[in-house]
Design a binder for this molecule. Sequence first.
Ligand code: PRX
Length: 676
Amino acid sequence: MSLQRLLRVRAPTRQFLRSSVGPSRLRWSSGVSYPLQLASVTPQHAALYKESLVNPARFWGDLARSKLHWMEDFTQTMDCDMSGDRLKWFLGGKINVSVNLLDRHVETDPTKVALIWERDEPEDHQIITYQELLDETCRLGNLLKRDGVRKGDRVAIYMPVSPVAVAAMLACARIGAVHNVVFAGFSAESLRARIIDGGVSVVMTADEGVRGGRGIPLKSVVDDAVEGVESVRRVFVATRTGSKVNMDPVRDVPLEQAMSSESRVCPPEALDSEDSLFMLYTSGSTGRPKGLVHTQAGYLLYAALTQQYAFDYHPERGDVFACVADIGWITGHSYVVYGPLCNGGTTVLFESVPTYPNPGRYWEMVERLKVTHFYTAPTAIRMLLKFGDSWVSKYDRSSLRTLGCVGEPLNDEAWLWYNNVVGEDRCTVVDTWWQTETGGIMISPRPSPDDSTPKPGLPMTPFFGIEPALVSPETGRVLEGPNVSGHLCIQRPWPGMARTIHGDHDKFINTYYRPYPGLYFSGDGARRDAEGHYQITGRVDDVINVKGHRIGTAELESCVDQNESIAETAVVGYPHDTFGEAIYAFMVPMEGVAVDEEELVADIQASIRKKIGSFAVPQRYLIVPGLPKTRSGKIMRRILKKISADQPEELGDTSTLADPAVVQLILTKHSDKYVS
Ligand code: PRX
C-alpha cells in the first residue's frame, strides 16, 4: 500500500482514528495529518510498517520535519550503507536539541512540568517547569562557554540523578559540547579511564550522592579520578547534601554559585545533524569499555518517536512518565531525558533505590505522582515480587496505563506479577529490546500489529523502519521463515543507530558490521515464532548481563588477573533468580603459591570495587588447578558455563580439550562448594 493510499483512510477505518493533538500526530509531507492512536492502529500498522521499509527516506524525512524543530531544513534524508562506514542522516540540516526539548515547549506553556525529581529522601519530590529547566540550562551553558568550553569539547558528568544533571546534559547540547555521562556508581579508576579515553576537559559532579539513605562521596571519587590527568582543567561541584569536600582553589568551582551570575539567555548553537551529541561507554566482549557516539538529529527523532509509540505516551493528556533508570545509562538518556522532553512530556527523575525506605517505594511514588507510565528492569521486578503483594496493593495504582521493562529477558513469573499485581490486569506490559548502540527501542509489543491478548512474553515486533534478521552462526546465512533461532542482526539503517566508537572506528566496524557483512550484529540471540514475533534469548558473546548491567568478561578477568597470586582467570555468567545472570570467577593460582581462599576473594572484591564498581563484583569464586582449553589455548567458556549452571550432563564433547581431566576436577570442586 502506498503512503498516498494509506492516507486516503476509508470510513470504517476512520473510526479508529479519533483525533489526537500535539506530538501524537504524524504529519506527512503531503500536508495531511495522520493521527495514530496506538490502542487501535491494527489495520494501519502493517501498512505503515511496510511503508517505512519500502520508502524509508520519505518515511523518516516526513517524520523528522513534522516532529523536530529545524534551524535549517535538511537536503537529504539519509546516506547510509550497512558497512558501518557511511551512516548519515538528515544531511545539511541544522538543529539544536535543547531547543527541541525546551524552548519550543516553553513557547506553548512555560509552566508545564518538565521534571519531577523524586529525591532519595522518601515522600519528597520537587517540581521543575519547562521555563525553569530552560533557565538553568542557559545559565549552565553560559557558564561552560565562559569557562572556554567550545563546540565539540567533551564534558564528563558524574552526578546523581537530579535536575542539575539534566540541565548539564542540555547545556552541553545547547552550546554543541559533547556530554559523557558516567554512572555515579563507577569507581574512580573507571571514571578516570572514561575521562582519559574521551579527552575530557571539564568534569561536572556533586559533593555527594545519596542512594538508599547512604551518602556516596562523588567529589572525592572525582579527585582521585582526575589526579594527574592533564586534559582536565575544571571541575564544577554542585551541592547535593552540603557535606564538606576538598576544593582545589584553581581547578574546582562551586557550581550553583558560579551559575547564579550567568544570564538566563543563551543563544543555541546551530549544529549539523551529524555533529556528536554525546558519548556513552558500554562494555563489550573484548578489551576496555567503548565510548559509543550518538549524533544530534537522528538520535533525537528516534528517542522521541519510540517513547511516544512504544509506550503510547500522550503528553497532552498529562501523562507522567517514570523511567526509573539512572541517567548514567542509555535508558536514562533516551527515556528519562531526550524522548519525554522532546515530546513535551513530564518525566520523573528517580534518585533512590526500589527498596528504600521499604519495598513499597515505587508504588507509593506512583500514587503520589499519579504516574501513568512506569519503566524498569526485570531484575527490580523479580526482587520486589519476593517481598509479596501487600507492598504493592496498599497504594493506589489506578493512574498506571503502561508498564515497561528493559535490560534482560523478562521471565514468565515476573511478567505475570508485573501484569496481574502491579498492573491489576488492565495495563499494557511492554518488554522492550534495545541497546546502547541502537539509541532507542527496536523490538517491543507496541506499536502493535495485532490485538493479541496480553500474555507472558507479549509478542514483540520490530518498530517502524526496523527489519531484523536472524543469522545462523554456523553458516553466516540469514535464516528465513518462522520458528528459527539465530544471531539477531538488523538489515537496514535507522536514525538512532550509533555512528562510531570514540577514537576507534575500526573497532566499531569489527564489532558490529564485520561479523555478518551488510548487517548490524547486536551480540544477542533471538527466536522468531510462527507469527513472526521475536523472543530475545540473551547474549551470544562474552558479555554478562547482571541486573541489566552489561559487564565484559575480558575487563573483569584482567582485573582479577592483576592479583599477584592469580595466574589466570575465566569469568562466566550463570542463571540467577533475581539478577537474571550472576558472575562466577574461576581462578588458577600461580604455580607454587599457597592461597588463603577467603583472603584472596576479599582482595579481589576490593580491587574490582576500586577498578570497576561494586555492581561488577562476582557472586561465586572457585580456585581451580587449570581452565578447560582447546589445543590452541582458547578457553572453552561454554564448558564453564554449563558447570556453573549445574548442567554437567550438557557438557558435550570434551575430548578435544588440551587437558580433558581438568573438567572433572572443576566439576568436583564446584559440586563440593555450591551444589547442596
Ligand atoms: O542483551 C541485551 C539486553 O541488554 C543488552 C543491552 O544492554 P545496554 O546496552 O546496557 O542497554 C540496556 C538498555 C537498553 C542487549 O544486548 N537486553 C536489553 N533489553 C532486553 C534485553 N534482553 C532481553 N530482553 C530485553 N527486553
